[in-house]
Every structure is written in structure tokens, then in C-alpha cells.
Design a protein around this ligand. Structure first.
Ligand code: 5AD
Ligand code: SF4
Length: 491
């Protein structure tokens, strides 16, 4: 299971010339942004460093979505200040940059409280990073770059992308217009912006050429993506959405035609943007993986209204029923918040009931945390911490039971696994099932980068154990699994 709060450090690489170390907090979007920043800095001669100690430039890519983001940042900056002083004593220079949503939201405060940060750059200004680094080197002054200036950010980022394995993220959409009352994203990431089809297709093709087999389309509201069909597009494989524009379903069908791209995923979707075109694509496009992250946040209509979600529990359940009718084997994932202001026991029971009804394959749940500046932070009847703890424990126990049951149900099935990397043990390789479960199996490293049928033989706490089906049996095994899935869909 993915840990959204985990610190993911950029991998180590060459160590010639200047070097950059990027510390990434938070979501997949941030991990992707870190990759892009590394890509933008490479032409300036910055190679990835293995640690802050070894780096000329340290970027702290922050996440603002939940509590203690700024405390974490300031303690990280405290450690870096000591390191910078140590290096200065040896006559070495180190530049420190703060990027991400905390930079966007609290740039002025960071500048005041932590003058050790040489650069503060918000997500809308990453394409200016090389220029900023150069300017910082020249003048050593403090530079604030947190104004929203969306101007063709995607275009300026270009296609200079290096794939690091058989799977890759590809940003297709940014920003949020939904304004859930608990959330900072609409303030830190700005309005919803879709990247044009041509740019997305070019990046997907470039990734495929580098051996990428699976792309995950990213966006804060990924299914709000809209775009004009490519010029001269003859149609055929897609159905135009409303007003002649494509929606995410049409985009996925289009990307599925790229040679080498075998799997497509997308995240994160909003229930209000789950349109017929996307549901039809999930039903018909085999390369679209049967896994959907569709946050609901709460099960009580009163709380959903206070959250400004724009849907009721019944709307969400009806949507799930339509999606399941279209793709019966779909694995569902979601996000939940417990202890939103004013949440009563009865409201919380409604959340448990909704989760019980849906049956999630995996889900994330959080205690509500006050984000200054958001409407919910000023709401009356904040829920005591102890109550939030107790509710979170109950919800997580339920979601964990569901996850374990979903995993156990795979035992005996033959699943196509895209192997991504060597496992922890000698002779072991690790990949993902269509349902995003981690699967490990004995196999040669030559199988990394390919999709192989694996019979699931056991379940461990965080993964499935598989046995790769011998080549001569593979086709039969796979086609019978495929046929079983098709039969299910017709049911
Ligand atoms: N408190 C708790 N959880 C939050 N999330 C977003 N903002 C908050 C907050 N203020 C959660 C939501 C969202 C996920 C990415 O983080 O569940 O879907
Ligand atoms: Fe935040 Fe709501 Fe937008 Fe998701 S949809 S990013 S929770 S405001």
C-alpha cells in the first residue's frame, strides 16, 4: 500500500560536477514534480546526489495537504542550516530551495523564519527553476517565486523526461476548482488546468520508447481533464465528449493506441467528474486497469454538504453501481476524513456504513486537521482529538479487513503482473497486479519490464506471493483468466 506521508528520496545517480538532492514529502504529484525538477536541472550540470551531505543544491519539496507540514519543514530546514554551516566552515557552498505547496502557501513566513532557504519556489513556477538557481548563484539574495502564474507551465516543462523503470507518472491536469472546505489544494495549486492532447501524447510516446509499459495519468482532479482532439484526428477509436471536446475516457483510449503502452491508470478522480465517456472507457478499453481511486471523504449527507463535496452518499453509491456494472472486476479505493467539524457519532456511523456497502480494495483515512485559511478551520464544533483517534481506529480496522479480504480473494487466480524491479531476496522480482497490489515471485531479472502471468499462492501483510506460470502454459492461463473476466463483465 502506498504511504502518502512517506518521505521519498530521489534515487542516487552519477556524481560528477554539481549535484542535487531532492527530499520529497507527500503525494504522487509531488514525487512527479521532483522528477521533473531533477530533469530541468540536469542540463545545468546537476546530477542526483545520494544525500544532502553530498549535494551542492538541496530541494525540500513540501506537501501542505495535512497537518504539521510546516513544522516538518522548519525542522528539516534546521538540520540543513547546521549542515550548511559545517560545509561553509570547509569552504563549500550549499544552496537550499523550498518547493511545493508549503512554499506556495507560506512563502513569506518561510523567508522570515528560515533565512537559510535561498530559494522559495511554488508549484506554478518550476519551469523557472533553472533561471532562479542561476540568479541565486549570482546574487545570493532571497527570491520569492510563489505568485500564481500558470502561463503555459506544461509547455515550458517540455519533454525532457527520463524514465526510471517500466512505470511512469504523466501529469495531464493540475489544480482544483472544487473548494472542499477542508482542503488547501485550490489555494496552493490554483485553478483546474488541462494539458493539451498533443503534449500528453508526445510525452507518453517518449516514455514508451524508453521502455515504459504502464503510465499513470496524474491530476488533482484528473477526471476533470478536457481537451480538443488532435488536429486532423480521424476519429474511430474514440467518441468525442461534450462540445466536441475529449474527456479523460477519450484521452485514455487515444493513449492506449501507443505501441509499448500496455497499461493505463489515472488518479485522483472526483465523483462529480466521473462521466459516461470515462465509465464506457473503463468497460471497453482493456489497457485501462481495473482500479479506481474515488475519494468520498464521508458517508453523512450533512457532513458532505459542510465539506462542499457537491454529492450525497446516495449519489456516490449510485455512481459506484454504474461503474461496477460497466467493469465488474474493478477494485475501488478511496479517501476518508474522520472528525470533520460537527461530525456526530451518527454521522460517523454513516461513514462506516458507506464503507461497508462499497467494500474497498484499499483506502486511505485521515483525521481531520485544521488548515489555516480554509473555511472548515473556522467552523464551530471542532471534534476533540481523542474522539478523532477512536473513530479513525474503527474506520481503519474496517478498511483493513476489506483490504485483507480483497487480497485473500486473489489466491488461486492467475493475474498478469508487470514486473518492475528486483525483490528484497536474491532471485526475486516484484511487480503490480492489475489491481495495484504488489506481487513478488521467483524469476530472472530479465523479466523486469514485462507482463507475466503469475498464480497467486499466498498473501503477506503488504503483498501477494505469486508463481510465474511457465511459458508453455502462460497463454492458456492468461486467456482463461481473461475469459473469466469477460464473462464477469457480461454478467
Ligand atoms: N484534514 C485531513 N485530511 C485531509 N485531506 C485533505 N485535506 C485534509 C485535511 N485538512 C485528505 C483528503 C484528500 C487526501 C489527499 O487528503 O482525504 O482526499
Ligand atoms: Fe482538495 Fe476537494 Fe479539490 Fe480534492 S477535490 S483537491 S479534496 S478541494
Amino acid at each position: 500500500m502506498q504511504d502518502k506521508t512517506a518521505i521519498k528520496d530521489a534515487p542516487a545517480g552519477r556524481s560528477t560536477g554539481k549535484s542535487v538532492f531532492i527530499r520529497t514529502y507527500g503525494c504522487q504529484m509531488n514525487a512527479y514534480d521532483s522528477e521533473r525538477m531533477a530533469g530541468l536541472l540536469r542540463p545545468l550540470g546537476y546530477a542526483p546526489a545520494a544525500s544532502p551531505e553530498a549535494a551542492d543544491l538541496v530541494i525540500v519539496n513540501t506537501c501542505h495537504i495535512r497537518e504539521k507540514a510546516s513544522e516538518k519543514l522548519f525542522s528539516e530546514l534546521g538540520r540543513l542550516r547546521a549542515l550548511k554551516a559545517k560545509k561553509a566552515a570547509r569552504g563549500e557552498k550549499m544552496t537550499i530551495a523550498v518547493a511545493g505547496c508549503v512554499a506556495q502557501a507560506e512563502g513569506a513566513e518561510i523567508a522570515a523564519r528560515a533565512p537559510v532557504a535561498d530559494l522559495i519556489v511554488g508549484p506554478q513556477s518550476y519551469h523557472r527553476l533553472p533561471e532562479m538557481i542561476a540568479r541565486a548563484a549570482r546574487e545570493r539574495g532571497e527570491i520569492l517565486e510563489t505568485d500564481f502564474a500558470v502561463e503555459e507551465k506544461f509547455d515550458r516543462l517540455g519533454e525532457a523526461r527520463e524514465a526510471t523503470g517500466p512505470t511512469a507518472f504523466l501529469t495531464v491536469q493540475e489544480g482544483c476548482d472544487k473548494f472542499c472546505t477542508f482542503c488547501v489544494v485550490p489555494y496552493t495549486r490554483g485553478a483546474e488546468v488541462s494539458r493539451p492532447v498533443e503534449a500528453i501524447t508526445a510525452e507518453a510516446r517518449a516514455l514508451a520508447r524508453q521502455g515504459v509499459r504502464e503510465i499513470t495519468l496524474l491530476g488533482q482532479n484528473v477526471n476533470a481533464w478536457r481537451g480538443a482532439p488532435p488536429v486532423g484526428h480521424a476519429g474511430g477509436e474514440t467518441r468525442p465528449g461534450k462540445g466536441g471536446l475529449w474527456g479523460l475516457g477519450e484521452l485514455c483510449r487515444h493513449l492506449a493506441r501507443i505501441d509499448g503502452i500496455e497499461r493505463i491508470r489515472f488518479t485522483t478522480s472526483h465523483p462529480r467528474d466521473m462521466d459516461d465517456g470515462l465509465i464506457a472507457a473503463l468497460a471497453e478499453e482493456e489497457k485501462l486497469m481495473p482500479y479506481l481511486h474515488l475519494p468520498v471523504q464521508a458517508g453523512s449527507d450533512r457532513i458532505l454538504k459542510a465539506m462542499n463535496r457537491g454529492h450525497t452518499a446516495a449519489d456516490y453509491l449510485a455512481l459506484i453501481a454504474r461503474i461496477r456494472a460497466a467493469r465488474p472486476d474493478i477494485a475501488l479505493s478511496g479517501d476518508f476524513i474522520v472528525g470533520f467539524p460537527g461530525e456526530t457519532n451518527e454521522d460517523f456511523e454513516a461513514t462506516l456504513a458507506l464503507a461497508e456497502t462499497v467494500g474497498y480494495a484499499s483506502a486511505f483515512s485521515f483525521k481531520y486537521s485544521r488548515r489555516p485559511g480554509t473555511p472548515a478551520a473556522a467552523m464551530a464544533r471542532q471534534v476533540p482529538e481523542a474522539v478523532k483517534d477512536e473513530r479513525l481506529a474503527r474506520l481503519q480496522a474496517l478498511l483493513e479487513r476489506q483490504r485483507a479480504a480483497f487480497n485473500a480473494a486473489q489466491i488461486g487466480r492467475v493475474l498478469p503482473v508487470l514486473f518492475e524491479k528486483p525483490g528484497r531476496h536474491e532471485g526475486q522480482i516484484v511487480g503490480r497486479s492489475p489491481y495495484l497490489q504488489s506481487v513478488h515471485a521467483e524469476g530472472p531479472s530479465s523479466m523486469i519490464g514485462s507482463i507475466r502471468p503469475a498464480r497467486i499462492v499466498a498473501v503477506t501483510p503488504n503483498a501477494l506471493a505469486g508463481e510465474i506460470v511457465a511459458a508453455e502454459n502462460a497463454d492458456g492461463a492468461l486467456s482463461s483468466a481473461g475469459a473469466a473476466e469477460r464473462d464477469l463483465r457480461l454478467a
